[in-house]
Design a protein around this ligand. Structure first.
Ligand code: ZN
Length: 360
């Protein structure tokens, strides 16, 4: 089964991305883009760039980055092994009025499969359903996820809340982020049912993102943004993960009958977005050439052990974009079927965030 989960029209962009050696190492054009290019499935860095226009937020992020680099230097780029963080997750299913288990109103087992798949990827457990798990730089991130057991009032919960949005025509028509200029248009939706972001990872399961159809919409999904997350430091209720419903869950063989789009039925778009949520940039962030960004600790993706790469050609588990490209990295754009790596430096970045900043 083809899992070109991050691109459908990638070649359009790559045609303009030349891999000139020794040339540009920083691309304002990439940094300042305000909207994903056609077919791009992730909008996290665009949302981040929009937030960075706020000087207070930019200062918060700069302080975080300084703390992270200090932590990495003082701990030789790693943390004590064997300390596993567990992050409680709540899924807010913002469905279109369907019965539970139908279309955008995903079932509890489908949401739970997402948790299990996150644990597969962050703990680097055995291969699942034929999915590769053999990248060269892979480490056990020692982060786990679980369904929330208690709601903010201390009452028992399944970890899934359901919200019938069928009375909101704007949401039905456009979902969230319905124009490229309105990167904050998810605010009212999040504000209405947000759980404390210092206690939970809130996941918003939505019908559409940026006016792109769901697979259940008239016309159907034809490529584009499937998810985004905000980096640590974003104020509540922004500080969450937003996913289109058909990319939430793990059913690579289709045997479980979940409501998933075939090319992203292994939950690895979600893994990618949680990487952003835990402070990881794209491995190609801020560069459009195969020349190393210097200094690597503060430029590019801020991780010195992720080889330089560009946004690349996608959908290809065999041909690297740049000569040393860690094409298996979750924060690269590539097939879910070959995604398997978080590196030690990436681990250091989100360890610190969990322990001291988010306090989850
Ligand atoms: Zn991304």
């Amino acid at each position: 089964m083809t899992r070109n989960f991050l691109f459908t029209l990638f070649f359009i962009f790559s045609a303009f991305s030349f891999f000139a050696q020794g040339t540009t190492v920083y691309s304002p054009q990439l940094i300042n883009n305000t909207a994903p290019f056609p077919g791009e499935s992730c909008a996290s860095e665009y949302a981040e760039n929009e937030f960075l226009k706020d000087p207070a937020y930019a200062q918060t992020r700069a302080n975080f980055e300084a703390q992270i680099q200090q932590y990495i230097q003082q701990n030789s780029g790693s943390r004590a092994a064997g300390v596993v963080y567990t992050i409680p997750v709540v899924f807010h299913v913002m469905h279109s009025g369907e019965a539970i288990g139908d279309s955008t109103n995903i079932s509890y087992p489908q949401a739970l499969s997402c948790i299990n798949a996150l644990n597969r990827d962050f703990r680097r457990t055995a291969a699942d359903g034929g999915i590769a798990n053999s990248g060269p730089l892979v480490v056990d991130a020692e982060i786990e996820f679980c369904m929330a057991q208690r709601d903010p009032n201390g009452n028992a919960t399944t970890g899934v809340t359901r919200h019938d949005m069928s009375g909101d025509q704007d949401y039905l028509d456009s979902g969230v982020y319905h124009t490229a200029a309105l990167w904050r248009s998810d605010f009212s939706m999040k504000s209405s049912v947000n759980w404390d972001n210092t206690q939970y990872m809130n996941v918003w399961v939505v019908n559409k993102i940026r006016n792109l159809n769901n697979i259940y919409s008239s016309g159907g999904y034809s490529g584009g943004v499937q998810g985004y997350a905000y980096f640590p430091g974003a104020p509540s209720p922004y500080d969450e993960v937003v996913m289109v419903s058909f990319a939430v869950g793990n059913d690579p063989t289709g045997a479980l009958g979940y409501n998933l789009w075939g090319p992203t039925d292994d939950n690895r778009v979600f893994t990618h977005e949680v990487g952003h949520y835990l402070n990881l940039y794209h491995t190609f962030s801020g560069t459009d050439s195969c020349t190393q960004v210097i200094p690597c600790a503060t430029g590019g993706d801020r991780c010195c052990d992720t080889p330089v790469t560009t946004v690349g050609a996608g959908n290809n588990c065999t041909a690297p974009v740049c000569p040393l490209d860690n094409k298996e990295n979750y924060m690269q754009y590539q097939n879910g079927s070959c995604a398997s790596d978080f590196t030690p430096d990436q681990l250091a970045c989100f360890s610190w965030i969990n322990l001291l900043l988010r306090k989850l």
